[in-house]
Design a binder for this molecule. Structure first.
Ligand code: UTP
Length: 490
């Protein structure tokens, strides 16, 4: 996997593979024939040498064993039986039963940040198909007043945390071939969003093929190109180790990673309290959860199964399991996954040497494909293909002292998943959540905000209510849309 340090970004992705002259049809046919996949080279003679080289590279790195076994993998991947699952033990909001208090946790997390022992992992390799926005999702404008992009909103906050604790927080951003080139160009054109190039690492995840569900044939995206998709956020483990390298991470003194996704503008970036619970509990994997609104909400849940904790995707839950209630009437599987985690670096290093750490999940999806017989591109209306993905949260059962920390949804979780018009998780709902949180901060410090005014606060202006209190005069009135930001920031 290539490592692109900011400052030496490659302008385009160069596919691996030998020069065209050495890519022989005979060699590829010998590889593909036993697996029944020779349709992949049916158009060989019509391809340019460059296209031949690219296709040859893609075919050579294809895991034909995986493709061959997909039916049995699919069969073994029945819906998870979580009928025996119980609620996970957790650090609950405002509970006196918690083993640590919020101030204790904040102090521990702040100490790790001040010693420069924390890094951040941001996964931004997804294709964002549901949102229907063509560039990488991180370039989506989300600021309710500022229109700042998801990347800006999250990195502004990272810079504010680093400034507060006086130490840089190295940021590792995962992209995929679907997002790499545009993401790199965006950072280069925008002065790395104010980060020091030495504190920014890009790494690229792998790709896996889409396979026709009926025939088992690997699909083509075009005559000389396989239909490949990023290998899931779980692809992070191998890609991080192979590119940035766990030795380099340890050499920088990073002991703990804060992990977040690009699609949550309320991401509690490197929150000292969350990091503090993780460190005080000696946890190798800590996950942040919100209480589920209702059983049908489409978020994964943390479940206690036997002696371990596990995160189960919503698509893997039966409606009965999702709706099960405890004697006090609360949902058993209440703990909705926000996809925010803290990882012990030594744990990630250990797991990166375990090939079985992250199983493949197979999902039926609609994938457009090139039909080599008719030479037409087909746009299916029904799921026609199987896609393969790994999920990073599958590491949880392997972790020592895994921990669950509950947070308030309004302060922490506003995912941007769906296009405008959908019932939930849209750009509008995320913008409204950001504006509502900042309005609540302003009102808490005595500012009057007109009902129709939208407000937004840049993290370098105020990272939290206490910092805001030191910046604005009580009695201030805000009557129109307002963006509070430090001088010189656009
Ligand atoms: P999702 O699973 O919600 O996928 O990703 P997505 O790509 O954003 O959107 P859809 O499903 O195509 O509509 C959750 C997070 O994981 C990252 C995404 O970039 C997002 O931050 N991700 C997902 C990766 O980095 N790589 C992947 O292969 C998949």
């Amino acid at each position: 996997m290539p490592l692109y340090k900011a400052g030496c970004i490659k302008p385009e992705i160069v596919m691996d593979g030998p020069p065209p002259s050495t890519a022989t049809l005979a060699e590829l046919t010998a590889l593909l024939d036993p697996a029944g996949q020779t349709h992949l080279v049916a158009q060989w003679a019509q391809l340019s040498p460059a296209q031949q080289a690219r296709l040859a590279g893609q075919i050579r790195s294809l895991d034909l064993q995986l493709v061959r076994n997909f039916r049995s993998t699919l069969k073994n991947q029945a819906v998870r039986d979580v009928s025996q699952a119980s609620s996970p033990a957790a650090i609950r909001l405002n509970s006196e039963d918690n083993p640590f208090t919020p101030p204790e946790a904040r102090e521990r997390g702040a100490a790790a940040l001040a010693r420069g022992e924390v890094g951040m992992l941001l996964v931004a390799g997804g294709q964002g198909t549901r949102l229907g926005f063509d560039p990488p999702k991180g370039l989506f404008p989300i600021g309710p007043v500022s229109n700042r992009t998801l990347f800006e909103v999250i990195i502004d906050r990272l810079r504010a945390v680093a400034r507060r604790y006086g130490r840089p927080i190295p940021l590792c951003i995962m992209t995929s071939p679907a997002t790499t080139a545009q993401t790199h160009a965006y950072f280069a054109e925008n002065n790395y969003l104010g980060l020091e190039p030495d504190d920014l690492y890009f790494f690229e995840q792998g790709m896996l093929p889409a396979v026709a569900a009926e025939s088992g044939r690997v699909l083509l995206a075009g005559p000389g190109e396989l239909a490949l998709a990023p290998d899931g956020h779980g692809g992070m483990l191998a890609a991080l180790g192979n590119s940035v390298g766990f030795d380099n991470i340890a050499a920088r003194g990073i002991r703990t990673f804060f992990y977040g996704q690009i699609d949550n503008p309320l991401l509690t970036v490197c929150d000292p309290e969350f990091l503090g619970y993780h460190l005080l509990a000696g946890s190798e994997f800590t996950t942040q959860v919100v209480r589920k609104h209702d059983p049908a909400e489409r978020v994964g849940v943390v479940a206690a199964l036997g002696d371990h904790l596990e995160i189960v995707e919503y698509s893997d839950l039966t409606p009965e399991a999702a709706a099960a209630r405890a004697a006090d009437g609360t949902l058993v599987l209440w703990a909705g996954n926000t996809a925010v985690h803290a990882f012990d670096v030594a744990f990630l290093t250990r797991m990166s040497h375990t090939s079985e750490a992250l199983p493949l999940h197979l999902a039926r999806k609609s994938v457009p494909y090139f039909d080599p017989e008719t030479k037409q591109t087909v746009e299916p209306t029904e799921p026609n293909a199987i896609k393969f993905e790994r999920f990073i949260f599958d590491l949880m059962p392997s972790a020592q002292n895994a921990l669950v920390v509950e947070v308030e949804r309004a302060t922490s979780f506003a995912p941007v998943k769906n296009a405008e018009g959908a019932a939930s998780d849209t750009p509008s709902s995320a913008r409204a959540a950001m504006a509502a949180l900042h309005r609540a901060w302003l009102e808490e410090v005595g500012v009057k905000v007109a009902a129709e005014a939208r407000v937004e606060i840049h993290p370098l202006y105020a990272l939290d209510v206490d910092e805001l209190r030191s910046k604005v005069a009580p009695g201030l009135e805000i009557r129109q849309d307002t963006y509070l930001r430090p001088e010189g920031v656009s």
